[in-house]
Design a protein around this ligand. Structure first.
Ligand code: PA5
Length: 447
């Protein structure tokens, strides 16, 4: 098993009998997903994806990645939310958060269209100056404002730099199979397109072309990634809580939220987990935060954030629980040097590995936070390779969907995301929003 769920730091917070009592509910939640009869079942495509993904497209992704690697110094990945977080998380997790600064034979990868910041866009344009660029624009709907603006800019840059014909060889579009405007436009322009399957929502799409093309461009083994997810699918094909760790995690979350622990902190002890945390927050936030319910997902990287949020977690409001991801082997070794002067008094750890100190910090924190009244779920992962990450992605997706069913929400819609968009369109003067515009302007001037 690639993920071990260690419950040692739940003692005193979640009793064995409570998990036992949840078994019938867990079976129902699992069945709703496995039999495809739960709310939002038209978005269950990710569930069988590790087995039935489009192999022809998968081969095309690899070919496109090779083409991009050969022809480009920079790949600009344009997308927002589920259309970029998974790829960014994977590249940072498997390669490095400093990926662009590494010596490598793959292009630098920058993410655009995930904000409306003038400085972010102009800085990236300046970074791209004089360098060979390819673009992968990712938008299921094809109409999301942030990536659409960035795509306008980079499309015109590529056309100016390489001509229409040259740009065509450098623009790769990942979008809806048939419907969206981006698909029609791309076919007309002759861009190579990849599919966001109809039955896979943005935040569950990392193992489709949405995530796979940028991930492959970074030199991450996407076969291993998919195999990891397939192994998780196989391991978690039962409602037995002693075997299905993802379901057990969902059950534990559900027990905790019923006790008022309505804020979950995903904890990593490695900076390469920062974007994984961001991916997870979107997945869990959009899937469960509705109908006045949900667990608020937030995240930290320790020990960094022990020096910022540590105080609150230790002694602030007691509505928290933590889910800690511990990676056994991060693939690097460093020994703490001896210092003859011993000015810092740390010679008692000289000769020890830095990872040993990091793991000790984790154990010390788990105990301290337990003592402060914070339950901790500990997820133990063997390594940070592509296989393990594929397994982890699937684990979290599965647990998220089943958590939603246990909570009594539809884990696959996100109606709340529309509210700001409508207001923004109205205020910007989009045709059709005239009445709303004057009402909003009144509210703003009244304030
Ligand atoms: O999970 C989701 O559905 C969202 O985060 C979307 O991925 C995000 O809003 C981007 O949408 P689109 O891919 O249509 O541009």
């Amino acid at each position: 098993m690639s993920i071990k769920l260690n419950e040692k730091f739940l003692e005193g917070f979640v009793g064995a009998h409570e998990i036992e009592y949840m078994k019938p509910f867990a079976e129902v939640a699992f069945g709703l997903l496995d039999k495809g009869v739960g709310q939002g079942n038209d978005f269950h495509g990710w569930y069988t994806l590790p087995e039935d993904y489009d192999k022809e497209e998968f081969a095309r992704i690899k070919v496109a990645a090779e083409k991009i690697k050969k022809s480009s110094d920079v790949l600009v990945v344009i997308g927002i939310g589920g259309s970029y977080l998974g790829a960014r998380a994977a590249i940072e997790f498997v390669k490095s958060p400093l990926y662009n600064n590494l010596k490598k034979d793959t292009p630098d990868i920058y993410f655009a269209g995930n904000n409306i910041s003038t400085t972010a866009l102009t800085e990236l344009l300046s970074i791209c100056e004089g360098r060979d660029i390819s673009v992968n624009v990712i938008s299921k709907s094809g109409t999301t404002t942030e990536p659409a603006i960035a795509f306008r800019v980079f499309k015109s840059l590529l056309v100016k730099k390489y001509g229409e014909g040259g740009a065509k060889e450098r623009i790769f579009v990942t979008t809806d199979k048939a419907r969206g405007t981006l698909k029609k436009f791309s076919d007309e322009a002759g861009y190579e397109t990849f599919v966001v399957p109809d039955n896979v929502g943005g935040r569950y799409s990392v193992l489709t072309a949405v995530g796979l093309l940028p991930i492959a461009c970074a030199g991450v083994d996407i076969d291993a990634l998919m195999q990891g997810a397939a192994d998780a699918k196989r391991d978690y094909s039962t409602a037995d809580l002693d075997k299905n760790t993802a379901l057990r995690y969902a059950v534990i979350r559900n027990i905790l939220v019923r006790k008022g622990k309505n804020s979950e902190i995903l904890v990593g002890y490695e900076p390469y987990m920062l974007m994984l945390n961001e991916w997870w927050k979107q997945l869990y936030g959009e899937s469960s935060g509705k109908d006045g319910k949900g667990i608020f997902p937030n995240s930290v990287i320790f020990s960094t954030d022990l020096h910022s949020l540590g105080q609150y977690i230790q002694a602030g409001q007691r509505n928290l629980f933590e889910t800690v991801i511990s990676v056994e082997n991060s693939g690097a070794e460093f020994t703490i040097p001896e210092d003859p002067a011993n000015v810092d008094g740390l010679n008692f750890i000289s000769g020890k590995s830095l990872d040993y100190v990091n793991k000790t910090a984790m154990l010390a924190t788990l105990i301290a936070h337990n003592d402060g009244g914070v339950p901790n779920v500990l997820l133990e992962l063997s390594d940070r390779g592509a296989h393990s990450l594929g397994y982890l992605f699937y684990f979290f997706e599965l647990a998220c969907a089943m958590s939603g069913y246990l909570l009594g929400v539809n884990p696959f819609d996100q109606p709340g995301v529309e509210a700001y968009k409508k207001n923004m369109f109205a205020l910007l003067g989009k045709p059709g929003y005239e009445d709303m515009k004057s009402a909003l302007e009144k509210r703003i001037s009244d304030k």
